[in-house]
Design a binder for this molecule. Structure first.
Ligand SMILES: [Fe+2]
Length: 326
């Protein structure tokens, strides 16, 4: 069966106070509001021409409602529906417009338990890239990737690479050859999705791309200036994996966003994935800094696609992790 995913497109985040979340994502960080309808606010980055890449959804608790991939052909949705039905996974079809600005879509509780959507059409929105006089905050350009925790990264690799047609850019392995984490892509940079060993299914973070390192520093200055130093969780720093410059921030509900730049392109299909040893501490922060414990322990629960309840994640075995701060 053939279908073609172009990229990760958007993520729907649960927030408990829409006004407070708007102030964080739009007022402070500078994402652009496309529109709102009752319980949701639809946001996009400055270079994006699509209706939304981040949706804020009013909910009783934090978490993630779904994340979504764009496919290159409307008929891919039929092929994917058959593919998931054959795997006996829960899959639902959404008529055009059931998500604001979006055409027909399907949602599946994927083999790892994540609520994942596929769609082809979305309303076009004005690209703000050269409206420089309107750029604010950290000037987020686009959604770059999602990072998911799962107890079984090998299973995720088999699904994404073996069945969905993703390519691997980099990966982390234990000394005995167990796949610990993997960075996979359809667009031509380091990743659309990363999988890390951990309690899951949980969304560890989503990332927005900024144009340069100054954008990352500016995020720290802005949050500190607003008295929100507790929302700066890790960094700024440079990753070994992906080479990207980063800072991890937590929104007012604790959902984690990475502000990310300076990774690299992978235009060639015969790219040889880069292997990192789990014992090389430069892989997480190239300069050797250790991530805080919250970064390992805490992540966002994800919804069931059928009833919207948050799924109870399965714990991963953590005691042998050399990178785990105790
Ligand atoms: Fe969607």
């Amino acid at each position: 069966m053939s279908f073609s995913i172009t990229r990760v497109s958007h993520v729907e985040i649960r927030v408990t106070n829409l006004d407070r979340a708007w102030e964080f994502y739009v007022g402070l960080l500078g994402l652009v509001e496309t529109e709102r309808d009752g319980g949701r606010i639809y946001l996009r980055g400055l270079e994006e021409r699509q209706h939304h890449s981040i949706v804020l959804k009013q909910a009783e608790s934090p978490g993630v409602a779904h994340f979504s991939y764009r496919v290159s052909d409307p008929e891919d949705l039929d092929r994917l529906t058959e593919f998931f039905k054959a795997k006996k996974l829960p899959v639902v079809r959404l008529p055009a417009g059931s998500e604001k600005g979006q055409g027909e879509a399907i949602r599946v509780q994927d083999p790892l338990g994540f609520p994942v959507e596929f769609y082809h059409e979305m309303d076009e929105a004005e690209r703000m890239l050269q409206q420089f006089h309107l750029h604010r905050g950290v000037s987020p350009m686009r959604l770059d990737h999602v990072n998911c925790q799962t107890p079984d990264v090998q299973k995720g690799y088999d699904y994404y690479v073996g069945e969905l047609g993703f390519w691997v850019s980099e990966y982390t392995e234990t000394d005995d050859g167990k796949l610990w984490a993997v960075w996979m892509h359809r667009k031509q940079n380091v990743h659309d999705i990363a999988l890390m060993t951990g309690t899951g299914p949980r969304l560890h973070h989503f990332a927005v791309w900024v144009q340069d390192m100054v954008g990352v520093i500016r995020a720290c200055d802005i949050l500190a200036g607003a008295g929100m130093t507790d929302n700066i969780e890790r960094g700024p720093g440079r990753h070994g994996l992906s080479n990207a410059f980063f800072v991890y921030v937590r929104d007012p509900d604790g959902n984690r966003m990475e502000i990310y730049t300076s990774d690299y392109m992978i235009p060639d299909p015969d790219w040889k994935p880069i292997r990192w040893s789990i014992n090389d501490k430069r892989r997480q922060t190239f300069w050797g800094h250790v991530a805080p414990r919250s970064w390992f322990d805490e992540a966002s629960l994800v919804e069931s696609i059928t009833d919207g309840r948050l799924l109870t994640p399965i714990p991963a075995e953590l005691k042998d992790r050399p990178d785990f701060v105790t």
